[in-house]
Design a protein around this ligand. Structure first.
Ligand code: AHM
Ligand code: MG
Length: 333
């Protein structure tokens, strides 16, 4: 088996990187590479819209008209349109599910792939100039391409992902993704319109001193989570919570730490969606040497039952996730 983690130098363009990686796999047909390129391109378009958000009245004006006579859209709706359009064109994907859409979209073509996407995550941060993100997962279809899409094609456990990643629209825009052979991060250079490899072979530290959770819900967290938070406080760990999953995840990936969205009184199954948020980040974190769990089960092993299913998420440095799992086991006993 060839070493798919052959180092490419920092500064390699995303296009060249994708091409080199594809060349390393025999029989690769290039469709997955094309999907990644499509996502990267849509990311550039969304990045541009986000940067314009403060300048023109694009946000929150759904239903009104802009000067071209087009409907003005909220940024999350706009991002959904941009990504679905980009992923539909090439014919590599035959079905798309999106956090923005109630049902799956059967594209009625021969595409081999199924895509799950959260086009713009961190909705509460959109209007306030704080980092937001796009999260995506790519799976192979289960039923033969060309036939009608079924729920079996879309309700696949996260361990079946062939690729996953996110775009982070932050102080700079980044694309971070995995195809199951490590995690690589690319930084977007807007004046050149290119992504460049900036974070090759990303690995999360095994341990960390940062915990990320919405402390306002402390009193409705399960006892295991409350105990874990108290332990973090006693050890003088830092609490860091942006409230934008991609941004919190990205910081912890680089520095070490744990992000937690457990069950609460308001969201008894947790708030985050298995298909659009948790699976992609779980695949990435495991590829970077970390862990992702509900507190009781590995995220990637969960059998989804519903397109918009929510699950608790504990994700980050392995030692920290395991410490939480240990507390859940103690709570059961
Ligand atoms: P969204 O999909 O509506 O944007 O919600 C997901 C977001 C995450 O990005 C973030 O980590 C979490 O919700 C924050 O929730 P809360 O405000 O309850 O802490
Ligand atoms: Mg979301």
């Amino acid at each position: 088996m060839e070493d798919s983690r052959i180092a490419l130098p920092i500064g390699t363009t995303l296009d060249r990187f994708i091409k080199k990686k594809q060349d390393e796999f025999q029989f690769a047909t290039g469709e997955l590479s094309q999907l990644l390129r499509d996502i990267a391109l849509a990311g550039k378009v969304v990045n541009r819209e986000i940067n314009k958000a403060g300048l023109i009245n694009i946000v929150g004006a759904i239903g009104s008209q802009n000067i071209q006579g087009e409907e003005q859209q909220k940024l999350d709706v706009l991002a959904n349109i941009r990504f679905i359009r980009a992923l539909t064109k090439g014919g590599e994907a035959s079905v798309i599910i999106s956090e923005e859409d109630e049902e799956f979209t059967d594209l009625q073509n021969n595409g081999k792939y199924m895509i799950a996407i959260d086009p713009l995550d961190g909705s509460s941060n959109i209007d306030v100039n704080v980092s937001i993100g796009t999260i995506f997962s790519i799976y192979r279809r289960v039923t033969p391409p060309g036939s009608s899409v079924t729920l079996d094609d879309v309700l696949q456990p996260g361990r079946e992902q062939v690729a996953a990643g996110y775009l982070l629209y932050g102080s700079s825009t980044m694309l971070v993704y995995t195809t199951g052979h490590g995690v690589n991060g690319f930084t977007y250079e807007p004046s050149l319109g290119e992504y460049f490899l900036s974070h090759p072979n990303m690995e999360i530290p095994r341990d960390g001193k940062v915990y990320s959770i919405n402390d306002g819900s402390y009193h409705s967290f399960p006892p295991a989570i409350r105990t874990y938070i108290e332990n973090c406080r006693e050890q003088g760990f830092s609490a860091r919570y942006i409230g934008s999953l991609v941004a919190d995840f990205h910081r912890n990936l680089l520095k070490g730490g744990v992000y937690m969205y457990p069950s609460t009184a308001k969201d008894p199954k947790g708030k985050l969606r298995l298909m659009y948020e948790c699976n992609a980040l779980a695949f990435l974190i495991e590829q970077a040497g970390g862990s992702a769990s509900t507190g009781q089960e590995r995220i990637l092993d969960l059998q989804p039952e519903d397109l918009h299913q929510r699950v608790p998420l504990i994700i980050g440095s392995t030692n920290m996730v395991e410490a939480v799992e240990e507390l859940f086991r103690g709570q059961e006993g």
